[in-house]
Every structure is written in structure tokens, then in C-alpha cells.
Design a protein around this ligand. Sequence first.
Ligand SMILES: *[C@@H]1O[C@H](CO)[C@@H](O)[C@H](O)[C@H]1NC(C)=O
Ligand SMILES: *[C@@H]1O[C@H](CO)[C@@H](O)[C@H](O)[C@H]1NC(C)=O
Length: 251
Amino acid sequence: MSDDTRYHKLEPGAEAHDGEPPEAPRWYTLDALRQQPDRSSLLRFLFETVLVLAVIGLGLKIALDSGKGYQGPNNPRKDFGFVDKLFMNESKYANEAAFADPEQLHKTLAEWLPLSSKGRGFVRIPEDQRARLDSPPYLLNPLHRPRAEETYMVSGLHQLHCLSTIMDSYAQLRQGKDQAELGYHIAHCFDYLRQGIICAGDSTLEGNNSMKYPGVEIPWGTSHRCADWGAILEWADERTIWPFPPGLDIL
Ligand SMILES: *[C@@H]1O[C@H](CO)[C@@H](O)[C@H](O)[C@H]1NC(C)=O
Ligand SMILES: *[C@@H]1O[C@H](CO)[C@@H](O)[C@H](O)[C@H]1NC(C)=O
């Protein structure tokens, strides 16, 4: 009898639950070990599900936001998309002969013209589309037409104009012509380009491409992610106020 009692105390599941199936013994360490991973893997599954949903949600948000383009004070700055471009030496845009010879300089500057829009960056923005722009338009008349027009300038095209002006001025200095009266404009251009470069913040990492392009200087030959300049020109051409006549080589 007393032996029986001790035996039942060790297996309470089999004890005194009339009619009910015996309970599994809960104090076995082995069983406890089997139970624990089940609960934690459920928690882990829930946690991972939440994580996956969060990643999908964030991805969707980024995808949707990138479609909306830039959301800043000058909103809406249009999103023209990107293209990958190889930076390469293109001497038609800049060469030493142009610094020495007026004719070569004229020829070289003429190569820059197709890089600008028909209106050299000046565009018409209708009044009902100006609400969220940073500033009211200029009133300008660059071609001395009967009346001035309200216009905006596309900054990248202004930057291009500045660079070609600096090149022109530098070449003329090298050719012995006094550029003193242009001093203010040129100083403005240096400062404007400084800010444009910092704003664009091209963080492409350039390495040594000498193997791929023998004879070409090291930084050339690196691919950059660039604004789609063609799309910008197309947009600016559609909004041109004054198509500049061909041959007028002020960029
Ligand atoms: C680039 O530089 C190389 C090496 O100096 C030269 O041979 C080549 O003609 C240049 N290409 C252009 C398009 O200027
Ligand atoms: C670039 O690579 C070329 C070809 O391998 C090598 O001759 C040259 O020394 C390298 N230049 C630098 C600055 O690493």
C-alpha cells in the first residue's frame, strides 16, 4: 500500500482524474525543453512577419515617394529621371587650341549650343503653375523684342552658361584681350558653379581606368548616374519664350 502511494505521487497524471485522460507530466525537464522552442519559434515567426511587412511597407513608401519627385521649398521641382553616363574626354567642348586662337574658340563654343535649350534656359511658367515656386518670375527681354516677358531660368542651364562664359573669358585673356569689365559676371559664375556642384553632390567613386582606356587621363572612363539632360532640354524647349536665332553664340 505505502509503496503504491509513493508510486502515484510520482505520476500525478494517472492519479484521481476519474474518466479524464491522464495529464502529461509537466515537470519533466525534457518536456519543458520541447515546449520552450515551440513558444519562442511562434514569437520569432510573429516578429519576422512584422519585420517583413515593415520592410515591404517601407519599400512601397520609397517607391511611391520617388515617383512624386523632389518635395522641397521649390516644389514641384520636376523629376526628369536619371541616365548612366561615362565621363570621357571630349575635346570638342574644351581644347587648348581654343585658348590660343579666336577662330578655334568660336568653333569650340558653338559646340556647346546644342547642350542648351532653344531659349538658352529661359522658360515660361503659366501663372497657375507658380503657386509653389520659390519666387515670382523675372521680367526680361534678352532679344530686345517689343516687350519684356515674365520668365524663369532653369538652373542647370544657367550653370552651363556660366561655365561657357568662364571658358570664353579665360581664352580671351590668354589671347591678350582685357576682360576686366567682365570681372563681376565671372566672379558671380565661379560662386554660382561652386554652389551648383555642391548641390548636385555627385558622389561617384573614380578609380584608375588606364587599363580600359590607355592614354586617357585617370578619372575619365567612370560611369556616373546623371540627370537626364535630354529630358530637361525637351521640357525647356517646350516652354521656350524666345527661341534664340542660330549663330548667336551666347550660351
Ligand atoms: C581623348 O584622349 C585621348 C588620349 O589623349 C585621345 O587620343 C582622344 O582623341 C581623346 N578623345 C576625344 C574625343 O577628345
Ligand atoms: C593606373 O593603372 C596603370 C595600368 O595598370 C598603371 O600603369 C598606373 O601606374 C596606374 N596609375 C595609378 C596612379 O595608380
